[in-house]
Ligand binder design. Structure first.
Ligand SMILES: *[C@@H]1O[C@H](CO)[C@@H](O)[C@H](O)[C@H]1NC(C)=O
Ligand SMILES: *[C@@H]1O[C@H](CO)[C@@H](O)[C@H](O)[C@H]1NC(C)=O
Ligand SMILES: *[C@@H]1O[C@H](CO)[C@@H](O)[C@H](O)[C@H]1NC(C)=O
Ligand SMILES: *[C@@H]1O[C@H](CO)[C@@H](O)[C@H](O)[C@H]1NC(C)=O
Ligand SMILES: *[C@@H]1O[C@H](CO)[C@@H](O)[C@H](O)[C@H]1NC(C)=O
Ligand SMILES: *[C@@H]1O[C@H](CO)[C@@H](O)[C@H](O)[C@H]1NC(C)=O
Ligand SMILES: *[C@@H]1O[C@H](CO)[C@@H](O)[C@H](O)[C@H]1NC(C)=O
Ligand SMILES: *[C@@H]1O[C@H](CO)[C@@H](O)[C@H](O)[C@H]1NC(C)=O
Ligand SMILES: *[C@@H]1O[C@H](CO)[C@@H](O)[C@H](O)[C@H]1NC(C)=O
Ligand SMILES: *[C@@H]1O[C@H](CO)[C@@H](O)[C@H](O)[C@H]1NC(C)=O
Length: 373
């Protein structure tokens, strides 16, 4: 019987301890709590895990600058944190965000910036929809597979109330095509300071609330018609930022220039300049006109060569025909001319023959050699 007693106590003790520390007014070690402000801050401490004894009144929670690497399922238990609305987890060393770790019923604002995420579960916010409105992932996506997981999360429709998404400073090259298709409430999208080389297949369809799109400091060379058509058709989109990209001012940029000239959606459009080719470097996109771009209808080289060979053949044949015609028409003149030549030759040959006979005469040879002396 004493054995059973000890077992009961062993099971009870942690429960009692947990209850004790979760009393209103209790504050986890290494954190600062303010019940009136409903705020808890655990900033630049040595936390390696989310404290299990957070007070239930908390609305704003800062756990920043800690060596925290993993958010396991249940890291923030929903039933004990019913009011947690703003969660700042920036500047930790988070690598993995597991399924169910962020399933909080009141969460509106989440900052995961400045972590080195390598894995982000598409079920991180739980199975049902999340009320999240702001998600910051500035400088947090270190790995393409994380971008794909994030795209899967967004596309699943779990964040249909999201109105602000920050994806700046992530070295992104290309975006998954359907990444933004299930975000009907999105108003602000920040993609600045990445390495985006194109948006060709990215769909912005369905972003009926989108007001601002920041694409500054990327590597865009051109925007194609289908992207421009989508921008044109988004009713609320008033602020597109395209500064500091590497616009390539060849023929393909014509549609972008046309759109820029007529659109009032682009902020500071006068400042956009060409980055290449060399002779267009620094030229304002708005000042480009058709005569700057050699946009003649492209003719493919092989067929061009073929036509030029045919043309050459026809010209040669014509010259040949004209030559033969001239010969034919002049046949009498030519005959006469031949006779003249023959006569001239004969005269000449006779003269030659005569001189030869003189040279062959020994007497005359002596005479000429004596006269040399
Ligand atoms: C954090 O932990 C390390 C070792 O684990 C220790 O050296 C350091 O002093 C701690 N820093 C603080 C602020 O507690
Ligand atoms: C989160 O905390 C960091 C560091 O204190 C701060 O720079 C950032 O603005 C905070 N994020 C939000 C959404 O308030
Ligand atoms: C990206 O993260 C995944 C999942 O953790 C990992 O398997 C993969 O090796 C990582 N890739 C790179 C390039 O770091
Ligand atoms: C999204 O917002 C609407 C209106 O504010 C609200 O009724 C709805 O419950 C929210 N969705 C989720 C999943 O919280
Ligand atoms: C742009 O992003 C890089 C990381 O990708 C970062 O190091 C740099 O500070 C950022 N630049 C600005 C102006 O924020
Ligand atoms: C865009 O889509 C087309 C066809 O749908 C595909 O051939 C092409 O590779 C895609 N480009 C990129 C950059 O994904
Ligand atoms: C766009 O991003 C750049 C670089 O991050 C920033 O300086 C600028 O303020 C942003 N503009 C808008 C309108 O958000
Ligand atoms: C782009 O659209 C404009 C009109 O919307 C059209 O005149 C132009 O030919 C299109 N360009 C291409 C490459 O299809
Ligand atoms: C085209 O631009 C050049 C300067 O780049 C200018 O001299 C010329 O007048 C412009 N032509 C038209 C038709 O606007
Ligand atoms: C367009 O073609 C003309 C003549 O072929 C050339 O002198 C000019 O440099 C070309 N312009 C561009 C922008 O390539």
């Amino acid at each position: 019987m004493p054995g059973r007693g000890a077992l009961c106590l062993g099971l009870l003790l942690p429960v009692l301890l947990r209850c004790g520390s979760a009393q209103p007014g209790g504050c986890p070690a290494l954190c600062e709590c303010s019940e009136p402000a409903r705020t808890v801050k655990c900033v630049n401490r040595n936390l390696t895990a989310v404290p299990p004894d957070l007070p239930p009144y908390v609305r704003s929670l800062f756990i920043t600058g800690n060596p925290l690497t993993d958010l396991p399922a249940g890291a923030f238990p929903a039933q004990r944190l019913p009011d947690l609305a703003s969660l700042n987890l920036s500047g930790n060393h988070l690598r993995t965000v597991e399924a169910g770790s962020l399933a909080l019923p009141a969460l509106r604002q989440l900052d995961l910036s400045g972590n080195a995420l390598a894995s982000f579960s598409p079920q991180a916010f739980g199975e049902g929809g999340s009320p999240l409105e702001e998600l910051a992932l500035r400088g947090a996506l270190r790995n393409h597979s994380v971008l794909l997981s994030l795209a899967a999360l967004l596309q699943s429709g779990a964040l249909r109330n999201l109105s602000r998404l920050e994806l700046a400073d992530n070295e992104l090259l290309l975006l998954p095509a359907g990444m933004f298709t299930a975000l009907p409430a999105l108003r602000q999208l920040d993609l600045s300071n990445n390495s985006l080389v194109g948006l060709r297949n990215v769909s912005f369809q369905g972003l009926g609330q989108l007001q601002s799109l920041n694409l500054s400091d990327n590597s865009l060379g051109v925007l194609w018609n289908n992207t421009l058509a989508q921008f044109r058709s988004l009713p609320a989109l008033r602020h597109i930022v395209l500064r500091r990209n590497t616009w390539v001012c060849d023929c393909a940029i014509e549609d972008l220039v046309t759109w820029l000239k007529e659109s009032d959606q682009v902020e500071g459009k006068e400042a956009l300049t060409c980055a290449s080719p060399e002779k267009m470097l620094g030229k304002a996109l708005l000042k480009i006109n058709g005569s700057d771009l050699n946009c003649s209808v492209p003719v493919d080289l092989p067929s061009q060569l073929q036509t030029s060979y045919v043309f050459l053949g026809i010209v040669l044949a014509l010259i040949g025909a004209i030559f033969l015609l001239v010969l034919y028409l002049n046949r009498k003149g030519i005959k006469k001319w031949m006779h003249n030549i023959r006569d001239a030759c004969r005269d000449h040959m006779e003269g030659y023959h005569y001189r030869y006979e003189i040279n062959a005469d020994p007497r005359l040879t002596n005479l000429s050699s004596n006269s040399d002396v």
